[in-house]
Write a protein that binds this ligand. Structure first.
Ligand SMILES: Cc1ncc(COP(=O)(O)O)c(C=O)c1O
Length: 412
């Protein structure tokens, strides 16, 4: 049976929520930029460091423990995303992993082949692939954004993804508008022409249950600092592709998957912290095993975030001066809201919210710069973005409504 959302318990797990500036607590609406770290993650990092750190391949306890920690983290990721532990590789962040994988994938791309990316995505899921395409003489095509619905226009998918397409890169959800893309449709078309599919799940993992096997993509990328953990990137690469991927590596480094993608010494303390972050998520769920608890927990988080979503949508739609870049009802979305205020530079607004209400609200193009150009938001400093996390409350959103009303009235 599903539990109701234990908001007080959740908040108690986040040390940053207990901190204060000028005696006023900070209100974190910057989850899409990076969430706060759960106590379980902090504890796991500290435990790894204080119990003795080491490098790999040693015969001594700290080295053996380090290898166990890494194996544990791969298993935890496998439970979270339903993949094999041997398909999980760690790296500095999603962007670095994408560049490294792209360079290797170049071996499969010839002159005249086609690479398909989207106008909606964070450039971390665009530039690595188009840089590689340029190096290989491949043609780049973009799946267009529909400027009225803030969704990808999938009407011409069969024309965009053809027999010439060798790679398709798509984001599961937009880190700006929150739009959840119908990735299954894109993946099915890509697979029909035997293209490799890489999925950016950085903004999706904190909000959705993800099943790597069901998605049928080849590569999935995400970052632990977006889901209550440390700054660490993860790549899931399907074993069938991973085995044959000719990665750039040192000669004596392991040839096996997933180690072959992990260049140099990894961030062991962050890898330990990742297990803690996943422990936090599963602690909210019910079920007999971690996988089951993670699924139920993600459902609980989603239900709670949906409740909060309605409140934010009501507030934003009540101001005629505010334009919200939100897909219509019926389109699935994460609790991430991009908006502009008539005549106001986004940066000026976020600075005011920070100074007057201790609210952490981000502004800019959020690296979805193609979409920002198309939607012409750059002249006013880009978007203002409110992004919710499961530690946000209805009271915080009410206060945001009050603050927004005050800010808007000050502009008159
Ligand atoms: C959707 C999306 N993709 C990719 C990235 C890049 O991730 P990283 O900072 O781990 O390189 C971000 C970061 O904000 C993001 O939101």
């Amino acid at each position: 049976m599903q539990k109701s959302f234990p908001i007080e318990q959740v908040r108690s797990y986040f040390p940053a929520l207990q901190a204060s500036t000028d005696k006023k607590p900070l209100i974190f609406f910057d989850g899409p930029g990076g969430t706060q770290m759960a106590q379980q993650s902090v504890d796991a990092m500290v435990a790894y460091i204080t119990n003795g750190m080491a490098n790999l391949h040693g015969t001594f306890p700290t080295s053996i423990r380090t290898e166990q920690t890494i194996a544990e983290a791969r298993q935890a990721m496998a439970d979270l995303l339903n993949c094999e532990p041997s398909e999980v590789a760690f790296g500095q962040n999603m962007t670095s992993l994408a560049f490294s994988i792209a360079r290797s994938l170049g071996a499969f791309i010839q002159e005249g082949d086609e690479v398909v990316v989207t106008e909606q995505d964070h450039r971390a899921n665009v530039d690595p692939w188009i840089t590689m395409a340029k190096d290989r003489g491949a043609v780049v095509k973009f799946i267009p954004i529909n400027t009225e619905t803030y969704t990808l226009d999938l009407n011409k998918l069969d024309e965009l993804i053809t027999e010439k397409t060798k790679l398709v890169a798509v984001g599961l959800s937009s880190n700006v508008t929150g739009t959840i893309t119908e990735a299954e449709k894109i993946i099915a078309r890509a697979k029909a022409v035997n293209a490799i599919v890489t999925v950016d799940a950085v903004h999706a993992v904190p909000h959705l249950s993800i099943d790597f096997q069901k998605l049928h993509c080849d590569i999935l990328l995400c970052s632990a600092y977006k889901f209550f953990g440390p700054h660490l990137g993860m790549a899931v690469v399907s074993a069938s592709l991973f085995e044959k991927l000719p990665v750039y590596k040192l000669a004596p480094a392991p040839q096996e998957i997933p180690d072959k993608l992990e260049t140099g010494t990894q961030n062991h303390e962050a890898i330990a912290g990742l297990v803690g972050a996943i422990d936090f998520i599963q602690s909210l769920g019910v079920g007999s095993g971690r996988k089951e608890r993670l699924r139920s927990s993600m459902q609980l988080i989603q239900d709670y975030e949906e409740e909060l979503t309605t409140k934010v949508e009501d507030i934003l739609s009540s101001f005629p001066e505010v334009t919200t870049y939100r897909a219509p009802a019926g389109v699935r979305k994460t609790p991430t809201f991009a908006f502009t205020i008539k005549g106001v530079n986004a940066r000026e607004a976020t600075a005011w919210f920070a100074d007057n209400y201790n609210m952490c609200i981000a502004d800019g193009h959020f690296y979805a710069s193609t979409m920002a150009d198309i939607l012409e938001v750059n002249p006013m400093g880009g978007w203002i973005r409110i992004g919710l996390a499961p530690y946000n409350t209805a009271q915080e959103i009410e206060l945001f409504g009050k603050a927004l009303a005050e800010f808007v009235s000050l502009q008159k």
